[in-house]
Design a protein around this ligand. Sequence first.
Ligand code: NAP
Length: 244
Amino acid sequence: MSKTVLITGGSRGIGAEIVNVLANNSYDVAFSYNSSYENALLIKKEAEVSGSVIEMYKCDVSNRNEVNRLIDNVISDFGKIDLLVNNAGISQEGLFTDITENMWDNVFNINVKGVFNCSQAVLPYMIKRHNGNIINISSMWGQVGASCEVAYSASKAAVIGITKALAKEVAPSGINVNCICPGVISTDMMASYTNEDIEDLRKQTPLGKIGMPSDIANMVAFLASEKSRFITGQVFGVNGGFVI
Ligand code: NAP
């Protein structure tokens, strides 16, 4: 029987590549999008070439009602969720002294409360089956902090904290929880960076290159596989050596 994955924020960037890689690893894939409907449709069509079942759902992960509806719909369509990938997220740049309360809340509502909402809604189904897997996408900035990205760094540090605590709590229920901390990855999230900024980041990366969404998706595929069954509560840097 095929395994089912739910990936949040599968319409673009890293999430879209996770959809593609897991579909090609025989997973049936449910993924959510928020505003990028057209792109989500394209990702669905591309992933369907794998022969896996692919469904897309509109959901703002910061909205509790929308998340509950998402999980109900996925369970109704697929019957189960074996793996949840909490990928949806936003960045926020600027001086700490310029961050407004709204900006702060927005980052935390999507990056942290989104992980809380989705994980809490999915877990009862996993606990019932005594089987499940959650992979959270944090950031290397959650490990070491980035200047002018205090809200983002703090939100991603919270995702690491959620991973470690939740892993201990649900391990007796047969559920693994792990976290990936990407380095600099070429996606729309870097759109605000100038070519100079990107070149600077490339030079700061010991392997001398910017990462691709597939670098993260391949780590997700490993953590989604039976090969990782004895791994839980861990934080994996996929960053070209930027943070060691
Ligand atoms: P991206 O290209 O900007 O894509 C972000 C995704 O998140 C989109 O699919 C978007 O959906 C979704 N999203 C945004 N707000 C949402 C909301 N309120 N509810 C539901 N979905 C929402 O970003 P990315 O680079 O792929 O980043 C993916 C994850 O990796 C994020 O958690 C990010 O923090 C993390 N990360 C990225 C990098 C990097 O260098 N790119 C580095 C470290 C960590 P719509 O477009 O449909 O709205």
